[in-house]
Design a binder for this molecule. Sequence first.
Ligand SMILES: CC(C)(COP(=O)(O)OP(=O)(O)OC[C@H]1O[C@@H](n2cnc3c(N)ncnc32)[C@H](O)[C@@H]1OP(=O)(O)O)[C@@H](O)C(=O)NCCC(=O)NCCS
Length: 228
Amino acid sequence: MKGRRPESAVAAQFQDIRLLDPADLDAVLALQKRVRESLPDPSLLADDPPEFFARHLSRPNLIGGIERQGRLVAFGVLAFAVPAAQNFGTHLAFAPPRLATVGQLDGAVVDPDFRSAGLHARLVRWRIGEAIARQCRDVLSTAAPLNVASWRNMVRYGMHAVALRTLFGGLQRLLLHRDFLHPRVPDRAAARICPLEAEALTAEFAQGRIGVAVAGRGMLMAPFVKES
Ligand SMILES: CC(C)(COP(=O)(O)OP(=O)(O)OC[C@H]1O[C@@H](n2cnc3c(N)ncnc32)[C@H](O)[C@@H]1OP(=O)(O)O)[C@@H](O)C(=O)NCCC(=O)NCCS
């Protein structure tokens, strides 16, 4: 019989993504605290209060969690019907009806002991699937430019870095977006590499380029067309 491939051996340590519920709040808060305390630069992860997680453990929002031997080791937040003040679609000048159909990937953490096992990638893919199932037109998220592990998974699953904004009380964040109705089609033949610095990224976005992949220590940025 054929042996198990190494990546499926890793995957087998973890349970399937489970929709968390309000009874999971303490486990969510404990993991968020543990991850924040492990970060060399805490500004990479927004310091969301307990009420944020309580709200996202209830409908229409959802938090998907991954457990290992009964312990929560990763989760990802997906918000729906996000009020305009918190809706990243306002930065793309969406009109109110379109804002209402945004699915917002609003944070994910992975236990430091289980990084690089693809858990974040699974949570990104799963949340995009949930947003499609709820008939969202757009998915949006943010990531610090230097948080490559975070935005890399989002661009892998069809999101693009489309702007750099100052958010969350003064933090620089890439805005990541995927439009399911009119997907952007990047012209990779005309792509170039941009360093992960605010000035350079801002200049590229101003020229109509979008971030499509990791490239060395930078971001691969390409012009795009919109499908009609
Ligand atoms: C960001 C985070 C969620 C990633 O979780 P993870 O489960 O380790 O991610 P994955 O295993 O799916 O993917 C990580 C990938 O990025 C790669 N990677 C990690 N750091 C990298 C870097 N600096 N440059 C390029 N690639 C990097 C890994 O090698 C891995 O690639 P692979 O799939 O080819 O092996 C996790 O590091 C984390 O919890 N960070 C703190 C909280 C945070 O920043 N959350 C996101 C913002 S809300």
